[in-house]
Design a protein around this ligand. Structure first.
Ligand SMILES: Cc1cc2nc3c(=O)[nH]c(=O)nc-3n(C[C@H](O)[C@H](O)[C@H](O)COP(=O)(O)O)c2cc1C
Length: 212
């Protein structure tokens, strides 16, 4: 376990792509341990309406990587049609592209990948059900990423493959009434020193006693 105080852990758990160690195996015991930490996050009605699919078979990871890359291609094509990525105005946005490319290129070499799913489809759901469903899984996923970081591993939240969600469902035999959350690389990091990233200043984003 790394010697990180809680605030350092919370502020230095980054989207790791270039510093993933694609060659170092990760044990199932370690992944299970991090998942058990993750399961302690809150979830609506404590229903545990989830399934956590861990892919550690290299030939299956190669197929998952193909779908991930295909999904990002779909995304890039769509964004080109609509005039570009809306987040490209923040400092450091120019560096993200390189890093995303690196993960795309090496995704098939990952020792393991996590794909959490939850029961229910939200296409027709009202905001209550949307918020309750996503709010019952995203915290666990983030806890998983924190648990990895605490142990010298890293991940990155990715949703690119969801452009091809059905293709993934077919590959992993996910029942039709489940929603896929994203794909989360699992690997040791090269070095363990990470820093807080840019975020908009708090004065710009906090509203006291109302929106503005
Ligand atoms: C909902 C969500 C979707 C994301 N999708 C992708 C993705 O498909 N591919 C990728 O490489 N990074 C993806 N990211 C990672 C973000 O680019 C990254 O979190 C952001 O640049 C900020 O970096 P930081 O997490 O290190 O602060 C995603 C992050 C979130 C929260």
């Amino acid at each position: 376990m790394l010697d990180l105080d809680p605030d350092t852990l919370l502020t230095t758990t980054r989207a790791v792509r270039k510093r993933l160690d694609f060659d170092r195996p990760v044990s199932r015991e370690l992944i299970r341990e991090c998942l058990e930490v993750a399961f302690q996050a809150p979830n609506g009605g404590n229903m545990n309406n989830w399934r956590w699919i861990v892919i550690d078979d290299s030939s299956l990871i190669a197929k998952v990587a193909e779908i991930y890359n295909g999904g990002l291609d779909d995304y890039i094509e769509t964004m080109a049609d609509t005039g570009g990525y809306p987040g490209a105005v923040v400092p450091g946005a120019d560096l993200i592209g390189d890093s995303v490319e690196h993960l795309r290129k090496h995704f098939h070499r990952l020792p393991a990948v996590l794909l959490p799913v939850f029961a229910g489809r939200l296409e027709e759901a009202n905001v209550f059900f949307q918020a309750s469903s996503w709010g019952s899984i995203t915290q666990s996923v983030w806890s998983f990423m924190l648990a990895l970081r605490a142990r010298g591993l890293g991940s990155a939240w990715t949703t690119g493959h969801l452009w091809r969600e059905q293709e993934m469902a077919k590959l992993l035999e996910i029942p039709a009434h489940y929603t896929q959350v994203g794909l989360f690389p699992i690997a040791y990091t090269v070095g363990t020193d990470f820093k807080p990233a840019y975020r908009k200043p708090s004065a710009e984003v906090i509203g006291w006693n109302g929106f503005s």
